[in-house]
Design a protein around this ligand. Structure first.
Ligand code: NAD
Length: 454
């Protein structure tokens, strides 16, 4: 079947109303969970072949999150999908009002490469939980993970319900020309604009999970050991190829020396100075070259070495960086951490504000006034105080960007909402009809309506 045929088949299946049954949705989610568990070995091997990600990290940052999303949906589906009663105003007496969550229909999920399972399957889980059919187009860059997902899903789910389409830009472009009821895209801001434009032609609602330069603001009053331990892990996890990794550090000048000392200690402890099983490789040669261009060797204070053959890029720290440096002109998306020292928090906030709204922001401090100032004055998708990245692990926190870093969100109930339409219903009784809204109009009727509408 070609894409058009699959989409048509999914539309026919959706219109059969089968997916509106919670029992059906739960069965599909349980089936997906069992398939993933049964195929874990293949999933681990594929991601290792693509970028040497360890089993520990794959479980921690990919599979456990997907299992958690499935379990949460199974546990809460009845309450999430229940009709919600709302008050009714006097002018509509006698009646009730309620909101019915309904699935949107045939959905398209386009994934990014850096967490290939999580970024493809977590949105698909939300779409299924909300009662949609799904066409999933994972990133083509990690070819092994895309192939294993296609094999697991396409061999076990009918194409008219849940289907993986493998392919790159041409495939995405062809899919985007088709009519969907929802497009959920994860990727770069530049491709996000292409997706948004294509969706606009069909008036298709979109969720865009994009990227950007996420700052970490470190105040001198923070607990330095804990701060650096958390920051170093968040930055160099997946070799910095994480959308919500701290892109750069803004450090209060008086604490910079200590920060760099402690950072050196933790980088050495976590990764040593050569290739290790605990450290992921750069996804491809193109990104290796891109990262090398961002590096100013005269500013490197930790790391800086790389091996093009094995696509190893050491955890690297640059200091004396300014907002004008090459490394500050684009999302780094790799293991280079620029450190910018500052003396005035107001100035630093103004500098961040001048730039596109980031996906995340992290503030490390023990001073509640300063924390409040950062949270109040900066706009960003989401973040953490005295931690980095871990906000993604709490599915009670809707995950998404704002402005250039995206629109819409998901995880937990937010994902269910993203893939649902909330249909508002006024349900009237027929035993009483006051007649006051009908002609002939009269002054007393107008006064009565005015009073009722107050
Ligand atoms: P990308 O935009 O290059 O690709 C994402 C997807 O879009 C892929 O499936 C790809 O095949 C498709 N695509 C690429 N070019 C296209 C085009 N011209 N037309 C239509 N489709 C196209 O992004 P990437 O390199 O896979 O991922 C890196 C980016 O994604 C970074 O900016 C990162 O911050 C962001 N990201 C965001 C999140 C998030 O949750 N907000 C998560 C991961 C990555």
């Amino acid at each position: 079947m070609n894409y058009e045929q699959i989409i048509t088949a999914q539309r026919v299946f959706f219109n059969s109303n089968a997916t509106k049954d919670n029992g059906f949705r739960k069965t599909q989610l349980r089936k997906l969970r069992s398939l993933l568990v049964a195929n874990e070995r293949r999933l681990y091997d594929a991601i290792y072949a693509d970028f040497k990600k360890s089993e520990f990290e794959t479980a921690e940052t990919e599979l456990l999150l997907i299992y958690h999303e499935i379990d949460l949906a199974l546990k809460n589906m009845e309450s999430w999908s229940r009709k919600k009663k709302v008050p009714t105003n006097l002018v509509n007496f006698p009646s009730r009002s309620y909101i019915i969550p309904e699935p949107l229909g045939v959905t398209l999920v386009i994934g990014a490469w850096n967490y290939p399972y999580q970024l493809s399957l977590a949105p698909a889980v939300a779409a299924i939980a909300a009662g949609n059919t799904v066409i999933l187009k994972p990133s083509e860059i990690p070819a092994n993970t895309a192939a294993v997902m296609a094999s697991i899903i396409n061999e076990n789910f009918p194409a008219n319900y849940f289907h993986v389409v493998e392919g790159g830009v041409e495939t995405s472009t062809a899919l985007l020309e088709c009519k969907f009821d929802k497009i959920f895209f994860t990727g770069s801001t530049s491709v996000g604009k292409i997706v948004y434009e294509a969706a606009a032609k069909q008036l298709t609602p979109v969720t865009l999970e994009l990227g950007g330069k996420s700052p970490a603001i470190v105040m001198a009053d923070c607990n330095m050991e804990v701060t650096v331990q958390r920051l170093a892990w968040a930055k160099f996890l997946n070799a910095g190829q994480t959308c919500i990794a701290p892109d750069y550090v803004l450090i209060e000048a008086s604490a910079e020396k200590r920060f760099l000392e402690v950072l050196g200690k933790y980088i050495e402890r976590n990764y040593g100075s050569s290739i290790t099983e605990n450290y992921v490789q750069i996804i491809n040669d193109k990104n290796m070259e891109r990262l090398l261009k961002l590096l100013d060797v005269s500013k490197v204070v930790i790391g800086g070495s790389c091996n093009k053959e094995s696509r190893y890029f050491a955890p690297t720290v640059m200091r004396n960086v300014s907002f004008d440096d090459a490394v500050m002109q684009e999302e780094i998306f790799g293991p280079i951490l620029p450190v910018i020292a500052f003396t005035d928090l107001n100035e630093v906030i103004a500098n961040v504000k001048e730039r596109p709204k980031p996906l995340s922001c992290f503030v490390f401090s023990t001073n509640s006034k300063k924390i409040k100032q950062v949270l109040n004055e900066l706009s960003f998708g989401g973040g953490a105080v005295n931690d980095a990245l871990m906000h993604i692990s709490n599915s009670a926190l809707p995950f998404g960007g704002v402005g250039n870093s995206g629109m819409g969100n998901y995880h937990g109930e937010a994902g269910f909402k993203t893939f649902s339409h909330y249909k508002s219903i006024l349900h009237k009784s027929s035993w009483l009809e006051t007649g006051i809204k009908y002609p002939p109009y009269a002054g007393w009727k107008q006064r009565l309506i005015k009073w009722m509408m107050r």
